[in-house]
Design a protein around this ligand. Structure first.
Ligand code: ADP
Length: 395
């Protein structure tokens, strides 16, 4: 069966086609600047690019161009749209109700709509992608795969906030967690690399990219994670602040006359390593600057590492027994410097990084043979995870 994967952002749309007989990627594409002047579709098949530059004022128009490109006579990925067995959609927020991947019906769409309150940029775009597919290729099964789903096995003691209980009852204010598709993939892949069953594995999954989060996984199930009601909680990220004393918000809102929207913008887009360093959200730039002696860049990276270690230590206690720590994401997979700094001096805890093995960007074991806790680089693949979940539900 062939499966189309759709990942809709507010102004962009990524897609991939998988042949599930061997999980091969047949082709993929990206639409940029939807609803903005200069819309552009770029499709890649066998290393060759096919580009369309036409006006795409909304997601439905963009989806029409995607379906046309998929079956383009010269540059297409498929002979006919009939070959598509199902469509898998990445959806940001499934709330408390949608705890696993699911075939989309009206009720599912209602829940996605309800959680626009906590995913105001992503959930509306995800919904537009779903509705565009329903109207352009009616009758095909559409599956939603949620960023929040993997974390819904957390116990209430992990996900409740220390504020009056009535706000949980009234609005469902609690920790949900994100990047779940990646944490799920990393968990499964780590079990495979260790040659054990997922249900026997205790692992701390460390996804470090533009957005970053950790998850504590016990017997294959998530028991805690760093992101919260929204992806803002937890680690210091590219442009997101992560944890801070909530008084910082009320103080600044009063002193600087900031509205809730301005505060949201500041915390999500102007903070993190970008805000502290005042130069870049890209870890390559920051590492280069720190090596060249830039004190601010060094402070920024030290802060990032401090927060990762703080959660890592907490999750080691929550799990009791840790079999593995697995790094993924743009930073986790590529930065030997960050991995080495995060795991420095943890020999007493049975975590020993092998300097030679760490000097790689490939999926592999990077701890020493006598390290009690195994350390891995895992090449995370959220699209493949979405394709697998979709296939499981429709086959
Ligand atoms: P997203 O969360 O948008 O999917 P990625 O997982 O692709 O992001 O991660 C992007 C981050 O990875 C950027 O901060 C980038 O600087 C970082 N990165 C990529 N390659 C390297 C590298 N070789 N060394 C350090 N950081 C890297």
């Amino acid at each position: 069966m062939k499966i189309l994967i759709i990942n809709c952002g507010s102004s962009s749309l990524k897609y991939q086609v998988f042949d599930m007989t061997n999980e091969e990627v047949l082709g993929k594409g990206l639409v940029e600047r939807i609803g903005i002047e200069g819309s552009k579709l770029t499709q890649k098949v066998n290393g060759e690019k096919y580009i369309i530059e036409e006006s795409m004022p909304d997601h439905k128009t963009a989806m029409k161009f995607v379906f046309d490109s998929l079956v383009n006579k010269e540059h297409g990925i498929l002979e006919s749209l009939d070959e598509i067995g199902a469509i898998g959609h990445r959806v940001l927020h499934g709330g408390e109700e949608l705890t696993e991947s699911t075939i989309i019906d009206e009720k599912v769409k209602e829940t996605i709509k309800e959680y626009i309150k906590f995913g105001p940029l992503h959930n509306p775009a995800n919904l537009m992608g779903i509705e565009a597919c329903e109207s352009i290729v009616p009758g095909k099964p559409n599956v939603a795969v949620f960023d929040t789903a993997f974390h819904q096995t957390m116990p209430a003691s992990s996900y409740m906030y220390g504020i009056p209980y009535k706000y949980y009852e009234k609005y469902r204010i609690r920790k949900f967690g994100f990047h779940g598709t990646s944490h799920k993939y990393i968990t499964g892949r780590t079990a495979e690399l260790m040659g054990i069953e997922k249900d026997d594995l205790n692992v701390i999954t460390v996804h470090l990219g533009n957005g970053s989060s950790l998850a504590a996984v016990k017997n294959g199930k998530c028991i805690d994670t760093t992101m919260g009601l929204t992806p803002l909680e937890g680690l210091i990220m590219g442009t997101r602040s992560g944890d801070l004393d909530p008084t910082v918000l009320t103080f600044l809102m009063e002193e600087e006359n900031m509205t809730p929207q301005e505060m949201n913008q500041m915390l999500n887009k102007e903070s993190g390593v970008y805000g502290v360093s005042e130069q870049s959200s890209d870890f390559r730039d920051l590492e280069d600057a720190a090596i060249a002696g830039d004190e601010r860049a060094k402070l920024t990276l030290d802060m990032f590492v401090n927060r990762v270690r703080r959660f890592l230590g907490g999750y080691m206690l929550e799990l009791g027994r840790v079999d593995a720590i697995s790094f993924a994401g743009g930073i986790g997979e590529n930065s030997d410097i960050m991995r080495a700094d995060i795991l420095e001096g943890l020999e007493e805890y049975g975590i020993i990084l092998d300097k030679e093995r760490n000097n790689t960007r490939s999926e592999s074991l990077i701890s020493t043979d006598d390290s009690k806790v195994k350390v891995f680089i895992v090449e995370t693949d959220e699209e493949l995870m979405i394709a697998r979940d979709t296939y499981e539900l429709v086959k």
